[in-house]
Design a protein around this ligand. Structure first.
Ligand code: MG
Length: 385
């Protein structure tokens, strides 16, 4: 039962935007603008089946934009928007849905609630359109001068989706053939249909100008927030062990003792990243009791923490590590250690800092019993992530 179908109109040749691509195929957040519109309609619970009306030249672009979405095969549009909609409606007549929502392909932000409002209003009305009341004062112009003020009382800006009982709008479109009306409500009006106004949404704008493209990009990129985490770790020296610090083998007469390769620097960094994520600590993710991590390269732990950042669509802004020991002298190895961390995490070198200090022969590090490390990690994460 195809109760409610949707037609997404994307056959136009937008000429107001720069670039070679028709505007509905401009890329927003890595995907064609049209894909965002298609996804909103196909995934809406109010819509049973959806079909796009496209330009014949765009078949390949469309195939890419629609990949994986649950859509009927596209149909080709005509010379005008009105003609394209009529072709879309005719193509659905075999399915004879009871209702149809007609939506501009260049409106990528129709919310689920907005689509549901329009579809829902068709229970009581022959037609229903998303619209916003006009809040700016309107001027009539004559030769670039104000020639008068238009009373805005009762004026609305029409958006899409515009929904209609299917049989009525198909008949209205057939009757209006050749009139070149700019929206489907105008076609319905011409046929004497009753069309209700449903509250639209300012974000449901039509991408038309370069400013609109920027606005759309802003809406798609989430606000990032800064997160900071700290890490601290200590490992004791063991004669006969190999010393690894930040993934670099450091020549010394002893190494560090531990379950894994005991890389105290990478352990502190891993904890700092996990801390910034609020994702526990290294011991929780890699229990020392688990034989899999015996002698393991600690790069695995840090890469895992960085993977969690990527899963949250975040990124590491910078890392800062301080290694604390009396010996060996670490300054000759600082660059190699920074390079190693930067390489493990695919970060630019200037985002990775490694410092070394002593404790003036005080305490366990002063007595050459082991190495301590403390780290901070700064992350940029999408808000709410
Ligand atoms: Mg450790």
């Amino acid at each position: 039962m195809n109760e409610t179908c949707a037609i997404i109109v994307a056959a136009g040749r937008g000429t107001r935007l720069p670039g070679d691509l028709p505007k509905q195929y401009l890329r927003l957040d890595g995907q064609a603008l049209l894909r965002h519109s298609l996804a909103r309609l196909t995934k809406n619970p109010s819509i049973d089946k959806a079909r796009a009306v496209i330009h014949p030249d765009d078949l390949e672009l469309y195939g890419e934009a629609a990949e994986g979405l649950d859509l009927l095969p596209p149909v080709f549009g005509g010379a005008t928007r009105q003609e394209s909609v009529l072709r879309g409606l005719e193509s659905l007549s075999d399915l004879s849905p009871s209702k149809v929502l007609i939506h501009d392909g260049a409106r990528p932000f129709a919310s689920e609630a907005l689509i549901a409002r329009v579809a829902g209003a068709l229970g009581a009305h022959e037609g229903a359109i998303a619209a916003l009341s006009v809040t700016d004062t309107l001027k009539r112009e004559d030769n670039h001068r104000v020639a008068g003020t238009v009373d805005r009382q009762g004026l609305w800006r029409a958006q899409t989706p515009q929904g209609f009982r299917f049989a009525s709008i198909l008949e209205a479109h057939r009757a209006a053939d050749g009139l070149n009306l700019t929206d489907d409500a105008a076609v319905a009006e011409a046929a004497g249909m009753e069309v209700a106004l449903v509250e639209g949404d300012e974000d449901n704008f039509k991408v038309t100008t370069p400013q609109d493209v920027l606005r759309a990009q802003r809406l798609l990129s989430p606000n990032l927030e800064t997160r900071v985490g700290t890490g601290f770790d200590v490992h004791r020296f063991e004669v006969g062990a190999t010393l690894y610090l930040c993934g670099v083998r450091i020549p010394h007469d002893r190494g560090l003792s531990g379950h894994s390769d005991a890389d105290v620097g990478l352990h502190a960094l891993t904890d700092a990243i996990l801390g910034a994520l609020g994702a526990g600590d290294i011991g929780e993710h890699f229990p020392p009791s688990d034989p899999r991590w015996r002698g393991a390269e600690s790069a695995i732990f840090m890469r895992h923490a960085a993977g969690l950042v990527a899963e949250r669509r975040g990124r590491i802004v910078n890392l800062d590590l301080t290694l604390i020991c009396e010996r060996p002298k670490l300054s000759p190895h600082r660059l190699a250690m920074r390079q190693s961390i930067a390489e493990i995490l695919a970060l630019p070198l200037e985002r990775v800092s490694v410092k070394a200090t002593t404790t003036e022969r005080l305490g366990f590090t002063g007595r050459n019993e082991g190495i301590a490390a403390q780290a901070t990690a700064t992350l940029a994460l999408p808000e709410g992530g």
